[in-house]
Design a protein around this ligand. Structure first.
Ligand SMILES: Nc1ncnc2c1ncn2[C@@H]1O[C@H](COP(=O)(O)OP(=O)(O)OP(=O)(O)O)[C@@H](O)[C@H]1O
Length: 471
């Protein structure tokens, strides 16, 4: 962890260099945690009743084949929008959830094979701090009992020794022993998170998953809690997986960061390098969407990361980010501007998802498909009305004609023919092939890092130069 929040000292450059050296040194050792192809699916429509009714069960692919290492003493960040699978990754890795597939090694042992004493040892060594300290603390217990509970469960020492340890822990996290007999509701948010941290440290763990540990706190309190976590990491040789959707927290606190999108890791590397030269279009878009101070930059932010994360029940084929990507790759032989291509891809998505209302097309609902197909003579007017509604810009030739042909198929509600017409012209490698995480060897050596994007490695002809669209 390398907090460089304003509170953490004056020699920021020297501190950063020392932190970088220390991070490199740590990575030369074996990882403490090794995650390989971890998968966690939740199943819907999976009850006995569903089976009797013949409902197909549906997989929610929360985590879909992630691999990464966490080295002793480092802080690895896991960042991504809400719903990308960060918490599920953290919980499955700690075996608070059973995986669907894959493997997690902790100190060389597969945690999903552990049983008996070995499992108890793992549960001692690996702990979690949750986002919302209030809901994770039992309101009927005093904070002394809350912090002591893990010691009681694991039968550590005598009652006196446990009480003594609780006092030490409370002091260590900045609380007073006078507060031992108080209840969680008597504390502020920041203090409650300190209690959660004290409890997580009770069994002297080596590894903590910090799941949005400061998201529920005021900004001023966030920095204090992050600094506390930084101090504790040094003092107790802790290794952290820090889950956060907040890039500024990640930037200030982590040594390396893994960027997650819709159940997958799309880029992973040292924080400073990744923030300096983000490679995956999703990483770039995330960085671009951080609120900026200047008006110019705020204007630009609106261009990025529009729409929601698609459902993990039916993720897009190929690259999962392609439905929102501002650098999606057109077919090799197609001369087309990226903005036009993006608009055509959005239109295709809507047609493929039958996500266009044909109930009332044109002025005053001139065409209503529920009354039957549009008469042939009216098709041009029907197409013009749809174009007006669906497209933000005039398309250059020949795209205008191709779109008109596709929309004309909707005059007979033939969604498949409309989709096929556009697919035949515009299908992208991004939808055909899944990009694996692979190191981008063509970049400068210090920027070698795994990225899952067809723009890297053997670049397909016609690909947008990834450095161009950020300007
Ligand atoms: N028990 C569950 N049953 C079904 N779906 C679930 C379950 N838990 C999580 N999910 C789904 O899995 C996906 C990933 O959720 P997860 O909480 O891991 O994401 P996240 O990136 O941590 O987001 P957030 O920051 O909002 O918690 C989401 O679509 C979520 O709705």
């Amino acid at each position: 962890m390398s907090t460089d929040t304003p509170q953490s000292g004056t020699n920021a450059d020297t501190d950063a260099d020392t932190d970088d050296d220390a991070a490199v040194e740590r990575r030369s050792h074996e990882p403490l945690v090794r995650v390989r192809n971890l998968q966690k699916y939740f199943w819907e429509n999976d009850s006995l009743l569903d089976r009797l009714l013949g409902n197909d069960r549906v997989a929610v692919r929360a985590v879909d084949g992630v691999s990464f290492d966490i080295y002793e003493g480092e802080t690895l960040g896991l960042v991504g929008e809400s719903g990308c699978g960060k918490s599920t990754t953290g919980e499955t890795l700690l075996r608070l959830q059973e995986p669907t597939d894959g493997r997690v090694e902790f100190e060389g042992q597969n945690v999903y094979d552990l049983a008996g004493e070995a499992l108890t040892e793992f549960r001692t060594d690996a702990q979690v701090v949750f986002q919302d300290p209030f809901s994770s603390l039992d309101p009927r217990m005093t904070i002394g009992d809350i912090v002591q509970q893990p010691l009681d469960i694991h039968d550590v020492g005598t009652e006196d020794e446990r009480r003594e340890r609780v006092r030490d822990l409370l002091e260590r996290v900045g609380l007073s022993v006078d507060q031992l007999d108080r209840y969680p509701h008597e504390f502020s948010g920041g203090q409650r998170q300190r209690i959660g941290i004290a409890r997580a440290l009770a069994l002297e763990p080596d590894f903590l998953v910090l799941d949005e540990p400061t998201s529920a706190l005021d900004v001023s309190v966030q920095a204090q809690v992050l600094n506390l976590l930084d101090d504790l990491q040094d003092e107790f040789d802790l290794t952290y997986l820090l889950i956060s959707h907040d890039l500024s927290v990640i930037r200030h606190v982590c040594d390396r960061v893994a960027v997650m999108y819709l159940g997958e890791i799309v880029e992973i590397g040292p924080v400073a390098d990744l923030f300096e030269v983000p490679k995956h279009p999703y990483t770039k878009a995330l960085l671009e969407s951080v609120p900026r101070a200047s008006t110019d930059e705020r204007e630009r932010d609106r261009e990025t990361l529009t729409g929601d994360v698609p459902s993990p029940r039916d993720p897009p084929s190929g690259c999962r980010f392609r439905t929102r990507c501002p650098a999606v790759i057109p077919p090799e032989d197609l001369e087309i501007e990226q903005e036009t291509y993006r608009e055509l891809m959005d239109l295709r998505q809507r047609i493929e998802g039958e996500d266009i209302s044909l109930e009332s097309v044109g002025e005053d609902g001139q065409f209503a498909l529920e009354d039957g197909p549009v008469p042939e003579a009216d098709v041009p007017a029907f197409v013009a009305a749809l174009k007006e509604r669906l497209l933000d810009r005039d398309l250059p030739s020949p795209h205008d004609e191709i779109v008109e042909e596709a929309l004309a198929e909707l005059a007979t509600s033939d969604w498949d023919a409309a989709a096929e017409r556009l697919r035949a012209e515009y299908e992208s490698v991004c939808e055909r092939a899944h990009p694996d995480l692979r190191t981008d060897e063509q970049s400068a050596p210090e920027q070698h890092r795994p990225v899952a994007c067809h723009l890297y490695g053997e670049s397909p002809p016609n690909a947008v130069d990834p450095s161009s669209w950020r300007e």
